[in-house]
Design a protein around this ligand. Structure first.
Ligand SMILES: [Mn+2]
Length: 466
């Protein structure tokens, strides 16, 4: 059996925009190519939104109808739903077999109907979530298992709960729609699933969601990310990889792919504008776009060009007239320009900030300083100051000894007064802070001596007037 595989059609993307037709045109390419196969499976994000406009829905139905009337010798012979109340529409088991899951863009809260489920109700496809559809052609059976898109945080749990198991005596395909560690769509996706979490024993595992194609092998299982059929946001990785439809031959176990030729080309240009002025940047952007357009003269539809301007500039350039550049190419390309410029000033500020963090004191040491100041102002015995510092260093035993040795002498409570005539020239002073005046040197000296040796004496011993 030959299984056609596509994902992330995103019907209705940029509806009413310049790229309104892109998702549907790409899907027609899928229909044409898939009609040479026996079955079509779709790994989620068929629609770009949970509640598509009826106009979008009508367009989608036209495409599915077109697929449905293509000839196939394969038939969906059985659908095993987890929930026995969710019996599939028998119409969905007739015509060209289409089996799908829903993705992140279609997922809705419990009790609501999402657009892929609606297509099943209408009889165009079978929608799986923890379910299995069995397809048969000339006596050969293939099981297609599906887990629709769930929030990344629950993915691992859902996989453990549903625990898809390959069926005996046939080839088994599993479809899902998540990021997997090492295969992440958005930087903030935070997948809970790892390749090791994927169930064993499947011949092919198909993962939607990620918009650029990738094929790998996990043991005896082929792991396929078909990628999207249309470009939504222009990303660097995605722009470099063509859009495909895949074919899996269940007899040979081989995977093939065909480019979807009608797809609008996408280009990602990164430009270092370091040291340039606003005017020079604008000129450089124009020349880069012009060059790209010459390279792809026969691209068909106006290509998508995303220019990302990076680098260090001398001043904060606000108005570069880049909007004008976008308009300038409006008939030849769909241009977007992103500025990621930084000025020398900003870099200096950033470096200063980083240095400040690097050299900054710990919270404990700041706390100790504040406490020292407060204690001094409150004229409490100086041991308290030591105590705070010792505690700040986490030396509990030492602190305990100090507390035990403390004799609060009323006479000496006024540390400022008694300190007044102490040694002014103490080169061993720990502190070099401006705020620390001479009469604290003794304290510091004492603290130091405590650190290096045994704690002995009290404030009275140490603060004796000469
Ligand atoms: Mn998607």
């Amino acid at each position: 059996m030959r299984i056609a595989i596509a994902s992330d059609l995103h019907f209705g993307y940029d509806w009413n925009g310049k790229r309104q037709e892109d998702s549907f045109e790409a899907a027609m390419g899928v229909v044409e190519k898939a009609s040479k196969a026996d079955v079509l499976i779709l790994a989620g994000d068929i629609f770009d939104m949970k509640v598509p406009k009826q106009e979008v829905f009508a367009r989608a139905i036209k495409i599915f109808r077109e697929m449905k009337i293509r000839k196939s010798e394969a038939r969906i012979v059985e659908v095993r739903k987890r929930d026995p109340d969710r019996k599939p529409n028998p119409l969905a088991m007739t015509g060209f077999p289409i089996i799908a899951i829903y993705g992140t863009h279609e997922r809705r809260t419990k009790g609501s109907v999402n657009p892929v489920e609606l297509l099943e109700e209408a009889g165009y496809l079978i929608c799986l979530h923890g379910d299995v559809a069995i397809v048969e052609k000339n006596g050969e059976r293939v099981a297609v298992h599906g887990i629709s898109g769930v929030p990344e945080i629950y993915a691992r749990e859902v996989f453990r709960e549903l625990r898809p198991k390959p069926l005996e005596g046939m080839k088994n395909i599993l479809m899902f729609h998540q990021s997997v560690k090492g295969f992440v769509y958005m930087d903030d996706d935070n997948p809970t699933l790892t390749l090791e979490d994927l169930p064993k024993g499947f011949d092919l595992i198909v993962d939607g969601h990620i918009h650029w194609a990738n094929e790998t092998r996990i043991g005896n299982t082929l792991f396929l990310i078909p990628g999207s059929t249309t470009t939504t946001q222009v990303r660097k990785t995605e722009a470099a990889i063509p859009k495909y439809i895949y074919f899996y031959d269940t007899e040979t176990g081989k995977l093939e792919k065909e480019k979807l030729e009608s797809v609008r080309k996408a280009f990602y240009i990164e430009m270092d504008a370091s040291g340039k002025t606003g005017k020079e940047i604008k000129e450089a952007v124009i020349s880069a776009i012009t060059k790209k357009l010459e390279e792809v003269k026969d691209a068909g539809k106006p290509p998508l060009i995303r220019v990302v301007v990076t680098g260090v500039v001398n001043e904060n350039i606000k108005a570069m007239g880049l909007e004008e550049v976008v308009r300038m190419f409006e008939n030849q390309a769909i241009v977007t320009i992103a500025k990621k410029l930084i000025t020398k000033d900003e870099i200096q500020k950033r470096e200063k900030f980083l240095d400040a963090i690097k050299d900054s004191e710990s919270v404990e040491s700041i706390f100790v300083k504040i406490m020292e100041k407060k204690l001094r102002d409150s004229k409490l015995p100086i041991e308290f100051i030591e105590l705070v510092e010792i505690l700040g260093e986490g030396k509990l035993e030492e602190a305990e000894r100090l507390i035990k040795s403390m004799k609060v002498d009323n006479e000496l409570k006024d540390s400022k007064k008694s300190n007044h005539e102490t040694n002014e020239d103490d080169s061993d002073s720990l502190s070099t802070e401006d705020s620390v005046d001479n009469n604290e040197n003794d304290t510091n000296n004492k603290i130091k001596s405590e650190k290096s040796g045994k704690l002995s004496g009290t404030l009275a011993d140490f603060m004796k007037s000469p």
